[in-house]
Design a protein around this ligand. Structure first.
Ligand code: NAD
Length: 515
């Protein structure tokens, strides 16, 4: 859940017989080639391949050929050749292409959203929400493109200097599986706005909508080769990062992979942006509006099946209101509807994969062994309808009797597991909130303005929510402190990470030389 829009403003098209997984799985988006090079869908050479599974039903959709070194060479060469002309377009011209792409995304929102559901198992309205947010992001960078400029400095004796903001070159993008279209959009839009070209590798689990973005850019007038997609697993990502003709890598994923990518980039002194994991604190003071705090806690833990990097999964509640908070929380979570993600009223869809479900279940067991108690959920649910028997559906889990030293409280689970902790004082909770190797996000619910400001100043994180959580309006930078990453996305600041400054000195007089 990444953008602040009213859910009610979205066009809602109700689930019909025309949009079922069976029909979607035979659609062009699924059966056509899934690499995208020089503006065309093409097949990777393989010879190895991997399977694409629909999380909602557990059914196999197809095999996808793995992009090998030659596939990546071709995509990078296409991006390099296109860079020569694209980087010479004016920012305004580049911006027009991005704005057209944003409009096309809006006109195809249902196509994109249903395909995203097929890939991820997330509820359809969440997918629609993500896709429309991406249209805004691409339009936002389209608007900024024409204003990308350098600076002018008057110097003494008629001399002067100016700076030119230039693109970096060819950017390699690598995405995670929880917001597949968003990863492709958040990375490509600022990169293209600055005049770079891109080769993007989506997660092997969610390959479909990044290619649809390629089709859309093409239709919007982006020259072939400016945005390319290669499909593959970790090894393909590794080849892309280490490619000598890639100038920058922008990555979203886990800390261990981020660390490996940074090491690969260090070898060739490549620019790198890392959007990594988190274990964010969510703090509720006794003076908070309790209903809003409960809503915030649910947004912070259970949207997208709990698979959100910025989730506030360490929920610290002031001791005096902890029982009341928990009672209200359970009452609201009980109403969440688990099941068919293609239904408009479903609020919890399928977990991305059996492997991820096993990680989540392992953590719940570890928590229990460490002394935590499951007060709600944590078990698998079989939704009505035989179609969904092969998907994995989990009831959101609330753990109490947690302590800061437990693994469930310290480590990122990336599933619907909330750890509830209590605190007595502001100083205490700030110290505990900061006691983490991560620093992606944090939240505080309080009506005390001064306390809110103290909290904002003290928390060591990249994004802080005061009296809300997990909203990402376009234009507000997003990124982590500490091990949660390097760089920013979604705001004007991202342009700094996709461009470099050339300083130009002009002499207005004679050369002064003491030699
Ligand atoms: P992951 O690190 O396993 O994989 C991410 C991507 O990296 C995939 O495309 C994968 O194929 C590729 N990859 C794997 N090994 C590689 C290597 N050696 N070199 C190059 N590429 C390689 O992460 P995931 O399981 O897909 O996603 C979940 C993680 O992503 C969580 O930790 C989550 O917090 C994080 N995430 C962060 C943000 C953010 O903005 N900070 C957003 C979403 C997800």
């Amino acid at each position: 859940m990444k953008h602040m829009r009213s859910f009610l403003t979205f066009p809602v098209r109700h689930y019909s017989k025309d949009v079922s997984e069976q029909t979607l799985s035979k659609s062009h988006q699924v059966i056509s080639p899934l690499n995208f090079v020089l503006g065309k869908r093409i097949d990777a050479q393989g010879p190895s391949s991997f399977q694409l599974i629909a999380p909602a039903t557990g059914k196999k959709l197809r095999n996808i050929a793995t992009s090998n070194e030659q596939d990546i060479n071709e995509a990078v060469l296409a991006a390099r050749n296109s860079y020569r002309s694209w980087s010479k377009w004016t920012g305004f011209e580049r911006g027009k292409v991005l704005k057209t792409a944003a409009d096309l995304i809006r006109s195809k929102v249902d196509d994109l959203a249903y395909t995203e559901v097929l890939d991820t198992g997330k509820p359809i309205w969440e997918a629609r929400y993500d896709i429309l947010g991406c249209a805004d992001t691409i339009e936002f960078y389209g608007g900024l493109a024409g204003g990308i400029k350098g600076d002018f400095m008057q110097l003494s004796g008629g001399s002067f200097a100016y700076t030119i903001r230039e693109p970096l070159g060819v950017v390699g993008g690598i995405g995670a599986w929880n917001f597949p279209f968003q990863m492709a959009a958040w990375k490509s839009a600022p990169a293209l706005a600055c005049g770079n070209t891109m080769v993007f590798k989506p997660s092997q689990v969610t390959p479909l909508t990044a290619v649809m973005l390629g089709d859309i850019y093409q239709q919007a007038g982006l020259p072939g080769g400016c945005y390319n997609v290669v499909q593959g697993e970790g090894e393909t990502g590794q080849i892309l990062c280490s490619h000598p003709n890639i100038d920058k890598v922008t990555f979203t994923g886990s800390v261990p992979t981020g660390s490996r990518i940074m090491a690969a980039c260090a070898k060739d002194i490549k620019h790198v942006t890392l959007e990594l994991g988190g274990k964010s604190p969510f703090v509720v003071f006794s003076d908070a509006d309790l209903d809003n705090a409960v809503k915030g806690a649910i947004l912070a833990n259970f949207s997208n099946q709990g698979q959100v990097c910025s989730n506030g999964t360490r929920v610290y509640v002031e001791e005096s209101i902890a029982e009341k908070f928990l009672a209200k929380l359970i009452e609201r979570v009980e109403n969440m509807k688990i099941g068919d993600p293609y239904q408009e009223d479903t609020t919890i869809g399928a977990t991305i994969s059996p492997q991820q479900a096993a990680i989540v279940e392992d953590y719940i067991n570890i928590g229990k062994k460490e002394g935590a108690t499951v007060v709600y959920g944590g078990e698998r649910v079989t939704p009505p309808g035989s179609n969904f028997a092969g998907g994995i559906y989990m009831r959101p889990c609330i753990l109490v009797n947690c302590t800061d030293s437990m693994r469930v409280v310290k480590e990122e689970i990336f599933g619907p597991v909330m750890s509830l902790l209590t605190f007595k004082s502001e100083e205490e909770v700030i110290a505990r909130a900061n006691e983490s190797e991560f620093g992606l996000a944090g939240g505080v619910f309080t009506r005390d303005l001064q306390r809110a400001h103290r909290f904002v100043a003290a928390l060591e994180v990249g994004s802080i929510y005061v009296n809300n959580y997990n909203v990402y309006p376009v234009g507000v930078p997003f990124g982590g402190y500490k091990k949660s990453g390097i760089g920013r996305e979604n705001g004007e600041d991202s342009l700094d990470y996709y461009s470099q400054i050339k300083s130009v000195y002009f002499e207005g007089g004679d050369v002064e030389c003491p030699y």
